[in-house]
Design a binder for this molecule. Structure first.
Ligand code: ZN
Length: 207
């Protein structure tokens, strides 16, 4: 997803759950994953290039980092790891075909986006789940607005350019990706709430 959308969704999902200071650090860490350094050679940050297992593992590792930090006296590392985790979890919906698989089960009559289940196990475990492949150099041309049409014409259907739901420009499925990502953000906080002691969770949310 585009950087401002990551920020907007994270704010919407967590605004009432964290102190403003914690929320700003979480958002900054989330957005940082899309800096150039986080784009090259880091498919696992964004569910790119079919790095599904690596991306799921990355989420688990960052969750472990949140817990490990909170076991010590520090707190910053927990917020930063949570921001990184959320970036990947949010990109799951814009870079894989999860939304298409979810919609396909309804045979044409799509429920509204608010109904989306962000963690339907049968979809997450589906052998049909895949993400957009980066075909260089055409996938780079896609990011140059006036070359977008040409690059789309040259790229196969399983390319990042064809599959991504990064912004509202990608059509009606974007709304589902966004709704799923907001719910997933809250779901990830729920997982941590279950794993942490009430004292640790209170420190984490800093309220
Ligand atoms: Zn990303």
């Amino acid at each position: 997803m585009l950087v401002p959308i990551h920020e907007e969704m994270t704010r919407e999902a967590l605004e009432t759950r964290f102190s403003p200071r914690a929320l700003e650090i979480i958002i900054a860490a989330n957005k940082k994953q899309d800096a150039l350094k986080g784009q090259i050679g880091h498919d696992e940050f964004h569910f790119d290039n079919n790095a599904l297992d690596q991306s799921f593992r990355y989420i688990t590792e960052q969750r472990g980092q949140v817990i490990a930090t909170l076991l010590g006296p520090g707190i910053l590392g927990a917020w930063i790891a949570f921001g990184r985790l959320l970036h990947t979890a949010q990109d799951f919906y814009s870079h894989t075909n999860y939304i298409s698989l979810w919609l396909d089960q309804f045979n044409g009559t799509h429920p509204p986006a608010v109904e989306i289940d962000p963690v339907q196990k049968s979809m997450i475990d589906s052998p049909d789940l895949h993400s957009g492949k980066l075909y260089l150099p055409f996938d780079v041309l896609y990011f140059v607005p006036f070359l977008r049409k040409v690059s789309l014409a040259l790229l196969p259907r399983d390319s990042h350019a064809h599959m991504n739901l990064d912004s509202p420009k990608q059509g009606s499925r974007f709304e589902y990706a966004r709704a799923a990502a907001v719910k997933r953000t809250q779901h990830e906080l729920g997982i941590l709430q279950k794993l942490l002691t009430p004292q640790m969770f209170a420190r984490f949310t800093d309220l």
